[in-house]
Structure formats: C-alpha cells, structure tokens
Design a protein around this ligand. Structure first.
Ligand SMILES: Nc1ncnc2c1ncn2[C@@H]1O[C@H](COP(=O)(O)OP(=O)(O)OP(=O)(O)O)[C@@H](O)[C@H]1O
Length: 649
C-alpha cells in the first residue's frame, strides 16, 4: 500500500462513494524510501527488462568481487554461475502447484491455426532474404521474435551465484550492505568500481519483484574462524534489511571471500552474447584475474563453460584514499568537512583536509579571506557567512591540478596483454595519458570479428577520422578500449553505462589518447605497406623475366644471323656478344639467369636502403607466447610498458 493511501479515513472512503470529486491523486503528498524509488525506476540502474536485469546482476556481482579482491591486493579468482530454472522447477521450488492451461485463448502467446500459418510463411521469407544477404556478405539483423516465438518459458528464472577470494565482509555489516539501498563502503575519495552503494541491492529488489526470493550471502574474512551466512530480503517501504537468517557457521575450508546467490527472472536467450561479451571484456581489462563462467541448464547443449585464465600476476597497486581538491568543493561539502574534521584551527583544517594546500599556502589564503579570519580561529566556530567566503575564495583562487597519485590505472602493459590474449589482434597500439590517468588502447583487427564498440557517447563522436591514419573503416576491423580511472567517474546513470561528453577535460584526454594510438598505428601500417610493396616489386619484376628474356634473345639471334652472313657488320663488344650468341654461349636460359640475378641484386640494394631509412630496430621480430600462470613459481620480473621478462631461479 502506498504511503498517503493509508492515511485515508473511513469517512473519506464513504465520501468517495457518494460521488464527491476526489482530490486528484498526483496532488496528494507522498514520500518514498530510496528503495521504493529505485524499485519504481529500476531502469536508471540498468535493470530495464528481464534480460538486461540478468546482465546487470552479473555485472554488479562480478565488479563487487573484483573490488573486494583488489582491495586486499589479492589476485582475483571469480566464479560466476548462472543456473537456469525452468518455470515448472521454479514453481516446485517455491511450492506452487504446476498449472496446465485450460483456456488457451486467454494467453498472450495464443495463436490461431491461421495466424500460425501466416507467421511461418513470413518467417520463411525473412530467412530467405537473410540467407541471400549473408551470401552477399551483408550484415544480418537479428530477427525480432514474434509473440508466439517469445512464448512459453522463454523468460525464465535463473540462480546467479558469484564467488570470490576477496576480503569478505564483517558479520554485523552484511544485512545493511545488502538490504539497505544507498549503503556501502566505497563512498570515500578512492578509485573503486562501485560507488553508489546500490548495485547488489538492485539485484535483490529485482529478485523481490520477479521471484519473491531472498538473497543469500556467505562470507568469511581473513583470521575469522567462522563463516557468516545471511539470508535476507529488503523492506522496500522502510529501506531496511528484512533478515531471515543471520548466523555464524563453522568454517569448513581455508577460504576468505564472499559468495552471493540470488534467484531472479531473466532471459538468457536474448542476453547470452552480451553477458559473454562482458566477461571477455573483463578478462581483457583485468588479465591478472581468473574468471570461471558457467551457464547450466537442463538442456546440456545449451550449457556454457568458459575459463578466462590469468595471464599475469602483475596487479595495479591498491588505489589510495585521497582528500578533496579545494576547487572541487561546494558549500555543503565544506560544512561536512568542518563537522567531521579532527583539526582545531583554520590553518590546520586548510592544510590537512585538502590536497594541494601547503602550510605557507594556507597562511596566504587566510590572509586573503579578510580581517575576520585568523590562523588560530577555531574551525568549528566559523559562521555561515565565513564559510561562504572560504568557498568563494576556493572558487577564484588558483590551485595546482590534483596529482593522480592516488589512482591506479590498469596500465598499458595489462591492457595490451589482455587484448592480445583474448582478441589476437593484428596490431595493437596503446597510450597512457596523465592528469586523468586515462589510458586508451586501440586494436586493429583483420581476422577477428569486431568485438568492442565502446558504448560511450564520448568515444563514438571521435571515431570519424580514421582515413587520415591509413585505417580503412570498411575493410579493417577496429576496436577501441578506453580505461578511465578516477575517484569519481561522471556516469550518466547509476547503471554506469555511459559517460557524458560534456566534461571537456575527460573528452580532451580521451581524444588525445585515441589520436596517439592512431598515430602509432599509422606508422605501423605504413611500414607494413612499404614492406608489402617491396615484396611485390621483386615478384612483379620476376614475373616479366621470361617474356623480356624471350624478346631480347629473339632480337640478338636475328642480329647474330645478320652479322654471320655479313649482311650487317657489328664491331668490338657488339660483335663479341653476337658471336657468343651464334656459338650458344649466350642462350635464352643464360639470359634469363642473368636477369634474375640482376633483379635479386636491385631488390637487395633497395631493401638495404629501406631498412636504413626506416630504422632496422623494428626488424627482425619474433612472436612471444605468454603462458598461463598456474601453480606457484619462483621468479623475477623485468617489466617495460609493453613487455615483461620473467627469469626463473
Ligand atoms: N563480494 C563482495 N565482497 C566484499 N564486500 C562486498 C561484496 N559485495 C558487496 N560488498 C559490500 O557491500 C557494499 C554494497 O555493495 P553494492 O553493490 O550495493 O554497492 P557498491 O559496490 O558500494 O556501489 P555500486 O552501487 O556503485 O556498485 C559494498 O560497498 C561492499 O562493501
């Protein structure tokens, strides 16, 4: 029942029966809890339809798992299982008797015999057109499923389980972490995938909306001799956890981490490729993690098991908590910092609660604030007007840019490695920018399918100028990976799917990164074209040798006849050559051989010249194969931005 309706008095109900006009519903004052708000607007968190809900649930759980393992510098091992539960099985799970349809026409997917005939004919026509298009190499669109095709059982139930080897959670915090919307441990100024304190709760809200089943959390932390188990759902109206079980159990294995299990409605058929694509992208961007993905169903041919093995144990360092930059704070934030600070006076407050304010800088700033301010004044005694003055000065004063030291970018080495291992591209270029620690990677594929169209509006806009970089947009398959790290990424929604292009600093950093990658690619592509031309030149010249030899020999033979019969006299070297032709010392074959030798010689000289001009350091090349790291070994690593040498003891 909605808040507001409950306050209606019995008389109110009577009155409405007696046709007195009721106050329009939308003018009745109501309140919503955050949980209700997100349940009503789940699309803004990426929970649009059952298929998308399955996808986003996987994403949220996987990203929590990675955050957790990385927070303790543990190489992540993430196991994610989606188990299909057909409707009948689901019903028996919740104790609902199976129901056979009685009145077929009542159902949305009902189809008369005539309609079925029409549909099948239409589908056959579409298939024919698609087959033709596929033969012509045209892009084939996914057919839109008709109601009847979508029909019974397509939307199904799924048990999603995600297990990690991360930090685990304190026993007492688990209910709030999973049962209270907008609660989390990642609100600080620190780079993490999670930010809003929402993802896991959204999965639970969706499970409550679609299956009514609770979430189950098993967790254990390092040093705990028990395992926490919690089964809970969420009281949507009050936004508080509704705990079914919360207990400490005997620890059976030496494990720390978390295992989250949830049963939701979803659609594997339509979101299968998106989920697998996501897993692959995660494997690219985090090659130091191991992912085991499983889809299990009653139909064994539908089952999927993919293991993305770890390819490196070099993890980006744990990001550090940082402080606010004075240019980026608002009034509210300054007030909060004042309320929370442990510092006594204004000087200490400015110096310790913000980045880029040294002691001498703080002194100068206080001097600039005016006669009302002094170094020693108690920060908690500042009036509202004085806080406004500080805010105004922060806005107008010049401060150095934040250093970015607190960030931990994936790094060129990791991105390059991830891309090479998962996508086997023809060429890769990487670039890492400072400032926003933006690292962008561009892969240039010929043989592998187009795998990554970055869905960010920001990058879409920049992909218009490939030709000037010798990249053929029609023939070449191009992929772009951009990794942006920050303590706060300006996503357009809580689903974290898009970044706006309106933040000029980020837009500029991404653009520069892509341009840098393109420039690198251009020089690689040009070198390859030159190398190809060089190979072809030799092949082209050699191709003409038989014809040229034939023509020259015929002319020489004719001349030697004239010379021998004295009809025409040649002298000196010419006569010598013609005599050799008459005496079969110069033949068609010897001429051919000499020409071939000449082509070889010219080609060698040109190749030498090419190598001198382009720098021999590019050649020769060797492929290096990177093996999976399983088991423990003793070794020493030597790294560069693009490779690492591992020396075993
Ligand atoms: N696998 C896990 N291991 C350890 N802690 C976890 C795990 N999953 C969730 N948590 C804890 O629960 C909190 C809430 O998670 P939730 O997914 O709701 O939000 P978030 O990750 O903080 O932010 P966002 O909504 O942006 O993803 C997290 O901040 C974290 O402290």
């Amino acid at each position: 029942m909605e808040i507001g309706e409950s306050s209606e008095s019995p008389e109110g109900k009577k009155k409405s029966k007696s046709k007195t006009p009721r106050k329009p519903k939308d003018s009745v004052l109501k309140q919503k809890s955050p949980a209700e708000f997100f349940a009503d607007n789940k699309n803004i968190a990426g929970f649009d339809n059952p298929g998308k809900c399955l996808y986003t649930t996987v994403r949220e759980l996987v990203e929590n798992a990675l955050d957790s393992a990385e927070s303790i510098s543990k190489l992540p091992i993430v196991e994610i299982t989606i188990e299909e539960i057909v409707r009948s099985k689901f019903n028996s799970m919740i104790g609902l008797a199976e129901h056979e349809r009685v009145d077929e026409e009542l159902y949305d997917d009902f189809e008369s015999a005539k309609a079925r005939e029409k549909r099948l004919a239409k589908e056959a026509r579409i298939q024919e057109i698609q087959a033709k298009n596929a033969n012509l190499g045209k892009k084939v669109k996914e057919p839109v499923a008709s109601k009847a095709m979508r029909g019974r059982g397509e939307t199904s139930y799924y048990r999603v389980t995600c297990k990690d080897n991360g930090k685990g959670m304190p026993h007492d915090d688990i209910p709030n972490m999973f049962g209270r919307v907008l609660s989390g441990t990642k609100y600080g100024l620190k780079q993490t995938r999670g930010k809003f304190g929402l993802g896991a709760k959204m999965a639970l809200i969706w499970s409550k909306m679609s299956t009514g089943l609770p979430i189950e959390i098993t967790s254990s932390m390092k040093g705990q001799n028990y395992t926490s188990f919690c089964r809970l759902d969420i009281d949507i109206h009050r936004n508080i956890p509704h705990i079914h079980v919360h207990e400490k159990q005997d620890k059976k294995e030496r494990w720390h981490g978390a295992e989250i299990q949830i049963v939701i409605e979803g659609n594997w058929t339509t979101y299968r490729s998106k989920i697998l694509h996501y897993m692959r992208q995660m494997a690219v961007i985090t090659p130091y993690a191991e992912f085991l993905f499983r889809f299990l169903s009653d139909a064994p041919d539908k089952n999927v098991t993919v293991k993305f093995a770890r390819r490196t144990d070099i993890m980006p360092p744990v990001p550090l908590e940082t402080k606010y930059h004075p240019s980026a704070v608002d009034l509210l934030l300054i007030k909060r910092l004042i309320a929370e600070t442990s510092k006594q006076n204004l000087l200490q407050f400015l110096q310790h609660e913000f980045v880029n304010i040294s002691k001498s800088h703080a002194e100068r700033l206080i001097g600039e604030m005016g006669p009302d301010f002094s170094h020693k004044m108690l920060v908690k005694s500042l009036t509202s007007q004085q806080i406004v003055r500080i805010h105004q000065l922060f806005r107008q004063a010049k401060f150095d840019d934040p250093s970015g030291d607190c960030l931990s970018p994936a790094g060129e080495y990791n991105l390059r490695l991830g891309i090479i291992k998962e996508l086997h591209p023809d060429m890769v270029a990487t670039y890492s920018g400072s400032g926003f620690a933006t690292c962008s990677v561009l892969k240039y594929l010929k043989a592998t399918p187009f795998l990554s169209k970055l869905e960010s509006v920001l990058v879409e806009k920049m992909l218009s100028n490939w030709n000037s970089y010798k990249i053929n947009q029609v023939q070449d398959k191009i992929g772009v990976f951009v990794s942006i790290v920050s303590t706060k990424i300006p996503f357009k929604g809580t689903g974290k799917e898009y970044i706006g292009d309106d933040i000029s600093e980020i837009a500029a950093a991404v653009k520069t990164s892509i341009q840098q990658c393109c420039t690198q690619l251009k020089s690689k592509i040009l070198k390859r074209i030159q190398a190809r031309e060089q190979q072809e030149r030799k092949r082209n010249l050699s191709k003409y040798i038989p014809n040229v030899t034939g023509a020259i020999y015929d002319v020489l033979k004719e001349m030697s006849h004239l010379h021998a019969s004295k009809r025409k006299r040649y002298a000196n070297e010419d006569a010598e050559v013609l005599n050799k032709v008459s005496n079969h010392i110069i033949t068609r074959e010897t001429l051919g051989e000499k020409l071939a030798q000449h082509v070889e010689q010219v080609d060698y000289e040109m190749a030498l010249e090419y190598a001198t001009q382009s720098g021999v350091n590019e050649e020769p090349r060797e492929n290096i194969y990177i093996q999976t790291l399983e088991g423990e070994s003793k070794f020493v690593d030597f790294q560069s931005p693009v490779f690492v040498f591992r020396l075993f003891q």
